[in-house]
Design a binder for this molecule. Structure first.
Ligand SMILES: CC(C)=CCC/C(C)=C/CC/C(C)=C/CC/C(C)=C/CC/C(C)=C/CC/C(C)=C/CC/C(C)=C/COP(=O)(O)OP(=O)(O)O
Ligand SMILES: O=P(O)(O)OC[C@@H](O)CO
Ligand SMILES: [Mg+2]
Length: 228
C-alpha cells in the first residue's frame, strides 16, 4: 500500500460538501471510510458516492458486516489483536467470509492487525481492548501480526489522543514485512510530522470535524518527511 497519508471519514458523522471538496482535493493519498459505531450500508453508500466525484482513491475499512458496500478501490479488514473477546479478532470476520463467500474481491482486500491503546476511545470499549500494556507487550503483538500471522498492516490505534511516538518507532523498528499505520489524535502539522517520522502511514480523523484547516495542513507532513 503506497500511501503515506490518509484522511479517515466516518459515515456516521456529517460533513458538508464544501469540507468534503477540500478534503478530497487536499493532496492526501487516499480517503479511508470507517468508524467504530453507527456505520450502515446507507450512510456508507452515501459517503462513497460523494467521494467518487473526485479522483482520490477511496478505501473502506469494514467495521460492520451490514456495511460491506461494493465499489471501493480497496477494503481493509480490522482484526483487533489486544482484545479480550475473540469476536473482534476473528469472529466477525469468519461470519462475514461465510456470508459473502464467492462474492469477495480478495485481490482488493488487506487485513490490519489493530493494537488499540486509548482506553477512552469508543473502539477500545467496543472491542474490550486490553490497553494497559508495557512497550514490550505492544511490540510482541506487532510481531505476532507481522511474523506469525503475516498481516500486511499493523495499525497502532490511539483514536482520540496523540500517542507515544517513541513506542510507535520501536514497533516500526521490529517489523519485518508489515507496514505500520499510526492513527490517533493528530491535530496539527507538527504532530503529523512526528507521526510520519515514526510510522509508514498516518491516518487523520477527528480533527477533520473539529478544525478542518488544521487537518488539511497535516498532508504537508509526508511531503517534507518521507524517509524509510
Ligand atoms: C461483498 C463485498 C463487496 C464486500 C466488500 C467488503 C469485504 C471485502 C468484506 C470482507 C469480509 C469481512 C472479513 C468483513 C469484516 C467484517 C467485520 C465486521 C469485522 C470486524 C472489524 C472490527 C474488529 C471492528 C471493530 C471496530 C474497529 C476496529 C473499527 C475500525 C475503525 C476505527 C477504529 C475507527 C475509529 O472509530 P471512531 O468511531 O472514529 O472512534 P472515536 O469515536 O474514538 O473517534
Ligand atoms: O480520529 P483520530 O483521533 O484522528 O484517529 C484516527 C484514526 O486512527 C481513528 O481510527
Ligand atoms: Mg473518529
Amino acid at each position: 500500500m503506497p500511501w503515506r497519508h490518509m484522511f479517515k471519514l466516518d459515515p456516521e458523522r456529517t460533513i458538508s460538501d464544501e469540507a468534503l471538496d477540500k478534503i478530497c482535493m487536499s493532496g492526501t493519498d487516499a480517503i479511508l471510510v470507517g468508524g467504530s459505531t453507527g456505520v450502515t450500508f446507507d450512510n456508507t453508500v452515501d459517503l462513497l458516492s460523494r467521494i467518487r466525484q473526485y479522483e482520490v482513491p477511496c478505501v473502506l475499512e469494514v467495521s460492520d458486516e451490514e456495511a460491506a458496500v461494493p465499489g471501493f478501490d480497496h477494503y481493509l479488514i480490522p482484526m483487533v489483536l489486544n482484545t479480550k473477546n475473540s469476536d473482534w479478532l476473528i469472529g466477525h470476520q469468519q461470519r462475514a467470509v461465510r456470508e459473502f463467500g464467492s462474492m469477495l474481491p480478495w485481490e482488493m482486500v488487506s487485513s490490519e492487525g489493530y493494537i488499540v491503546l486509548n482506553a477512552d476511545a469508543t473502539v477500545a470499549k467496543l472491542t474490550e481492548a486490553l490497553t494497559e500494556l508495557e512497550a514490550s507487550d505492544v511490540i510482541a503483538y506487532a510481531q505476532v501480526a507481522d511474523r506469525l500471522m503475516r498481516l500486511p498492516i499493523v495499525y497502532v490505534e490511539y483514536s482520540g489522543t496523540f500517542g507515544d511516538m517513541d513506542l510507535v518507532r520501536q514497533v516500526r523498528n521490529k517489523l519485518h514485512q508489515a507496514q505500520l499505520f499510526y492513527g490517533g489524535g493528530i491535530t496539527n502539522l507538527e504532530q503529523a510530522r512526528q507521526a510520519a517520522a515514526s510510522a509508514d502511514t498516518i491516518i487523520v480523523g477527528n480533527i477533520l470535524y473539529d478544525n478542518l484547516e488544521q487537518a488539511l495542513q497535516t498532508v504537508e507532513a509526508v511531503r517534507v518527511n518521507n524517509e524509510r
